[in-house]
Design a protein around this ligand. Structure first.
Ligand code: PEP
Ligand code: MN
Length: 338
């Protein structure tokens, strides 16, 4: 249910509403609007008639049901777009955000060289995996804490905030200590216990769509995080499984406007995992900007032929720099800056 406060409601009236919601066994999530505040009351649907009675409290304009299965993620609860701040970077605002870097952290030289390129090209966030979800147990599994240290060193050197993936609740604490944004990969989009755990974190969560996750399921996964109190969720479309084999996945471009219509959360597109081939990354990156994405995640490697994971889809430094120049023009046409 959404409790819509009157524009003239006092802070004490708002507080009283929150206390009543909690006394009924619900969680109260206050959304501060420019005109008025609303309070999302989320929890067991069975008590909604009791919530309806809050309409008689002073300062309350109306109590309305949230029709979508996802509540806090929905535009019904929050019409204004969420802007997520990471250091000096704002994700979800008019400026497109580009996160770039290697699939995996492999060595100091590799991370430092890539970080310098990423920065020089004008990207705002450095990506790199230290705990890798590999299809085969015999493939490189990531440098773990050593990798996190190298990412932190690269942040120190360049000033770029960093993003890295967590796969296991046991590793949340150590990853949160180093990273600025916590990534949940496609394979874990419905690992509900992991989602609940990162919902308790203070760092923003970058949630990738699963390879066979519907948009509604994807938003319900975001809801798991939001309902634990972490409001900073960034969604990422990274391609879905279809019958097509010419590309690694099929980039669901229409997911961008669908998500933008359903949710206030920022929507980022990863054309690297979506296509699996570096040649396809620039056209799909441009298409994503045209379709209204708030940002891009792109894999870059100084020597893709030597990469320990996802080499075929990594852009070489000069190609990434060139793409960023092209993207500036696309961003402008899409009413954005970069
Ligand atoms: C990644 O970002 O390196 C990754 C493993 O992506 P995904 O979870 O989308 O496959
Ligand atoms: Mn990868």
């Amino acid at each position: 249910m959404i409790i819509v406060m009157s524009p003239r409601a006092t802070a004490a009236q708002l507080q009283h509403v929150i206390e009543r919601i909690e006394a009924l066994g619900y969680h109260a999530h206050v959304i501060h609007g420019s005109e008025r505040n609303v309070v999302g009351a989320v929890g067991d649907e069975r008590g909604k008639f009791q919530l309806q009675s809050l309409e008689s409290l002073p300062g309350v304009d109306s109590v309305v049901p949230i029709l979508k299965p996802y509540k806090l993620a929905s535009k019904e609860v929050k019409a204004e777009k969420s802007i997520i701040t990471v250091g000096h970077v704002k994700i979800g605002g008019p400026r497109l955000v580009v996160m770039a870097g290697p699939c995996s952290v492999e060595s100091r030289e590799q991370v430092m060289e890539t970080a310098e390129v990423v920065k020089r090209a004008g990207a705002q966030i450095l990506r790199g995996g230290a705990y890798k979800p590999r299809t085969s147990p015999y493939s490189f599994q990531g440098m773990e804490e050593e990798g996190l240290k190298l990412l932190a060193e690269a942040r120190e050197a360049t000033g770029l905030p960093i993003i890295t993936e967590v796969m296991n609740p046991r590793e949340i604490e150590i990853i949160e200590r180093y990273t600025d944004i916590i990534q949940i990969g496609a394979r874990n989009v419905q690992n509900f216990s992991l989602l609940k755990e990162v919902g308790q974190c203070r760092k923003p969560i970058f949630l990738k769509r699963g390879m066979s996750t519907t948009i509604s399921e994807f938003l319900l996964s975001a809801e798991y995080i939001l309902s634990q109190g972490n409001r900073d969720v960034i969604l990422c479309e990274r391609g879905i499984r279809t019958f097509e084999t010419a590309t690694r996945n099929t980039l669901d471009l229409s997911a961008i406007p669908v998500l933008q219509g359903e949710t206030h959360l920022p929507v980022v597109v990863d054309p690297s995992h979506a296509t699996g081939h570096w040649r396809l990354v620039p056209p799909m990156a441009k298409a994503a900007v045209a379709a209204g994405a708030d940002g891009l995640m792109i894999e870059v490697h100084p020597h893709p032929e030597e990469a320990l994971s996802d080499g075929p889809q990594a852009l070489k430094p000069e190609r990434f720099i060139h793409l960023m120049e092209e993207l500036r023009r696309f961003a402008e046409v899409a009413g954005r800056t970069l």
